[in-house]
Design a protein around this ligand. Structure first.
Ligand code: DX5
Ligand code: ZN
Length: 223
């Protein structure tokens, strides 16, 4: 089993997003990670479904919408109609996680739940049948370029254990501070999808990291 890589456009030039998608696709990306921020759940505002709709015709990669927004239930239809393949909501952003996940599935889109660094894995104990993906935040959401929080490693391992023991087809995505040093650690803990923003878009040779991350996943897991 190899890991998938989902470069985050948050660290790309917002004036050339179409070009950024093309570059990550050419460099072996599996998904495109879209960080949607509303200025409430996190202080920053980024972009909404109109941007997803504009990118949709230009790539066949999975469009992975990470909604860092309060009341995500109000935005599910527009994101589904925009061509998002996967919609991830924060467990902390809604009182009704079960209802929100069911609504995403009813819209024909894959559903994910994200956990902030301090949110325990038990938050998802009764939601497993509804989940296609769990996103573990390894920084506090709201900005790219932050340092990886190592305290989340045991949480990644705990969630990987739950997924494995139940035999669930759930991806375990880790997002925040992923680079050549931290990627092997999260893969070791059980991550199956790595999100990387600044490492890919803001370092020399960053595009090459996409294939490097995938190689880290392959051989390690095969032995
Ligand atoms: C943070 C976002 C991340 C961010 C990761 O709120 O959810 O996806 O872009 O950026 P890096 O890889 O720079 O930590
Ligand atoms: Zn993200």
């Amino acid at each position: 089993m190899t890991v998938k890589v989902a470069p985050s456009l948050l660290s790309a030039d917002f004036g050339s997003l179409r070009e950024a998608v093309k570059r990550v696709e050419e460099n072996g990306a599996d998904w495109v990670h879209l960080d949607v921020m509303d200025g409430h759940f996190v202080p920053v505002i980024t972009f909404g479904p109109a941007v997803v709709r504009s990118l949709r015709p230009h790539t066949s990669l999975v469009l992975d919408a990470h909604l860092m927004v309060d009341n995500p239930e109000d935005h599910l239809e527009t994101f589904a109609r925009s061509g998002s393949d996967l919609i991830t909501v924060h467990a902390e952003a809604t009182r009704h996680l079960d209802r929100v996940l069911r609504k995403i599935k009813a819209l024909g889109v894959r559903a994910g739940a994200a956990l902030n660094p301090a949110t325990p894995p038990e938050a998802l104990d009764y939601a497993w049948p509804l989940l296609d993906l769990v996103l573990v935040m390894s920084v506090n959401p709201g900005a790219g370029g932050q340092a990886f929080i190592p305290e989340v490693l045991p949480k990644i391992a705990a969630l990987a254990g739950r997924i494995r023991s139940r035999g669930l087809p759930v991806e375990l995505q880790v997002d925040g501070g992923i680079n050549a040093d931290t990627a092997p650690r999260v893969i070791e803990a059980g991550a199956t999808v790595l999100v990387a923003g600044s490492a890919v878009f803001k370092t020399d040779g960053g595009m090459g990291l996409i294939r490097a991350f995938k190689l880290m996943g392959g051989p390690r897991r095969a032995v």
